[in-house]
Design a protein around this ligand. Structure first.
Ligand code: MG
Length: 133
Protein backbone atom coordinates (compact mmCIF):
# COMPACT_ATOMS: atom_id res chain seq x y z
CA UNK A 1 0.00 0.00 0.00
CA UNK A 2 1.59 3.34 -1.02
CA UNK A 3 2.20 5.77 1.78
CA UNK A 4 0.55 9.14 1.68
CA UNK A 5 2.71 12.24 1.96
CA UNK A 6 2.75 13.76 5.43
CA UNK A 7 0.65 16.82 6.04
CA UNK A 8 3.21 19.64 6.26
CA UNK A 9 1.32 21.69 8.81
CA UNK A 10 0.59 18.65 10.98
CA UNK A 11 4.29 17.76 10.98
CA UNK A 12 5.36 21.27 11.92
CA UNK A 13 2.63 21.51 14.55
CA UNK A 14 3.62 18.15 16.05
CA UNK A 15 7.33 18.93 16.33
CA UNK A 16 6.58 22.44 17.66
CA UNK A 17 4.38 20.80 20.30
CA UNK A 18 7.27 18.53 21.32
CA UNK A 19 9.66 21.51 21.51
CA UNK A 20 7.18 23.51 23.61
CA UNK A 21 6.65 20.54 25.96
CA UNK A 22 10.43 20.24 26.43
CA UNK A 23 10.67 23.98 27.09
CA UNK A 24 7.65 24.25 29.38
CA UNK A 25 8.75 21.31 31.55
CA UNK A 26 11.86 23.39 32.33
CA UNK A 27 9.97 26.69 32.73
CA UNK A 28 12.12 28.33 30.07
CA UNK A 29 9.27 30.20 28.36
CA UNK A 30 10.13 33.19 30.56
CA UNK A 31 13.40 33.54 28.59
CA UNK A 32 11.90 33.00 25.16
CA UNK A 33 11.09 36.51 24.05
CA UNK A 34 11.20 37.15 20.30
CA UNK A 35 14.42 39.14 20.73
CA UNK A 36 16.14 36.36 22.68
CA UNK A 37 14.94 33.70 20.28
CA UNK A 38 16.21 35.65 17.26
CA UNK A 39 19.59 35.92 19.02
CA UNK A 40 19.51 32.19 19.74
CA UNK A 41 18.89 31.45 16.04
CA UNK A 42 21.92 33.57 15.11
CA UNK A 43 24.10 31.94 17.78
CA UNK A 44 23.13 28.45 16.66
CA UNK A 45 23.84 29.38 13.03
CA UNK A 46 27.31 30.43 14.21
CA UNK A 47 27.76 27.07 15.92
CA UNK A 48 26.75 25.36 12.68
CA UNK A 49 29.26 27.48 10.78
CA UNK A 50 31.93 26.64 13.36
CA UNK A 51 31.71 22.97 12.37
CA UNK A 52 33.06 23.99 8.95
CA UNK A 53 35.29 26.91 9.92
CA UNK A 54 38.60 27.17 8.01
CA UNK A 55 37.78 24.14 5.89
CA UNK A 56 37.58 23.93 2.13
CA UNK A 57 34.36 22.74 0.49
CA UNK A 58 36.17 19.47 -0.28
CA UNK A 59 37.08 19.02 3.40
CA UNK A 60 33.47 19.66 4.42
CA UNK A 61 32.31 17.04 1.93
CA UNK A 62 34.82 14.64 3.48
CA UNK A 63 33.55 15.53 6.98
CA UNK A 64 30.03 14.62 5.88
CA UNK A 65 31.24 11.05 5.41
CA UNK A 66 32.47 10.92 9.02
CA UNK A 67 29.54 9.83 11.24
CA UNK A 68 30.77 11.79 14.28
CA UNK A 69 31.25 15.05 12.38
CA UNK A 70 27.97 14.52 10.51
CA UNK A 71 26.09 14.10 13.81
CA UNK A 72 27.61 17.34 15.11
CA UNK A 73 26.38 19.21 12.01
CA UNK A 74 22.96 17.58 12.25
CA UNK A 75 22.67 18.61 15.90
CA UNK A 76 23.63 22.20 15.14
CA UNK A 77 21.12 22.51 12.30
CA UNK A 78 18.53 21.00 14.66
CA UNK A 79 19.32 23.76 17.17
CA UNK A 80 18.81 26.37 14.42
CA UNK A 81 15.47 24.83 13.43
CA UNK A 82 14.29 24.47 17.03
CA UNK A 83 14.92 28.15 17.77
CA UNK A 84 13.43 29.19 14.42
CA UNK A 85 10.25 27.27 15.25
CA UNK A 86 10.18 28.76 18.75
CA UNK A 87 10.57 32.22 17.22
CA UNK A 88 7.72 31.57 14.78
CA UNK A 89 5.57 30.37 17.69
CA UNK A 90 6.49 33.44 19.77
CA UNK A 91 5.32 35.83 17.05
CA UNK A 92 2.25 33.79 16.18
CA UNK A 93 3.49 32.83 12.72
CA UNK A 94 2.54 29.50 11.18
CA UNK A 95 5.89 28.22 9.84
CA UNK A 96 4.38 26.52 6.79
CA UNK A 97 2.36 29.60 5.86
CA UNK A 98 5.40 31.84 6.46
CA UNK A 99 7.61 29.69 4.23
CA UNK A 100 5.00 29.53 1.47
CA UNK A 101 4.45 33.29 1.68
CA UNK A 102 8.20 33.90 1.39
CA UNK A 103 8.56 31.44 -1.50
CA UNK A 104 5.83 33.32 -3.36
CA UNK A 105 7.67 36.59 -2.71
CA UNK A 106 10.98 35.06 -3.84
CA UNK A 107 9.29 33.65 -6.91
CA UNK A 108 8.18 37.16 -7.86
CA UNK A 109 11.63 38.60 -7.19
CA UNK A 110 13.52 35.79 -8.92
CA UNK A 111 11.61 34.79 -12.08
CA UNK A 112 13.00 31.50 -13.38
CA UNK A 113 13.81 32.93 -16.80
CA UNK A 114 15.92 35.70 -15.23
CA UNK A 115 17.43 33.91 -12.22
CA UNK A 116 18.19 30.41 -13.50
CA UNK A 117 21.86 29.65 -12.89
CA UNK A 118 22.56 33.15 -11.57
CA UNK A 119 23.82 34.09 -8.11
CA UNK A 120 22.85 37.74 -8.58
CA UNK A 121 20.62 39.46 -6.03
CA UNK A 122 17.17 40.22 -7.43
CA UNK A 123 17.98 43.93 -7.57
CA UNK A 124 20.82 43.10 -9.99
CA UNK A 125 18.87 40.79 -12.28
CA UNK A 126 18.12 42.14 -15.77
CA UNK A 127 14.72 43.79 -15.93
CA UNK A 128 12.38 43.49 -18.86
CA UNK A 129 13.25 47.06 -19.89
CA UNK A 130 17.01 46.29 -19.71
CA UNK A 131 16.65 43.64 -22.40
CA UNK A 132 15.54 46.28 -24.88
CA UNK A 133 18.56 48.52 -24.35
MG1 MG B 1 24.18 24.34 19.26
Amino acid sequence: MPSTPPDDQETFAAITHEILAFRDAREWAQFHTPRNLAAAVAIEVSELQETMLWKTDAEVQSDLKDPTRRVRMRHEVADVLIYALLFAHAIGADPVEAIREKLASNNAKYPVDKARGSALKYTELPRATDAQT
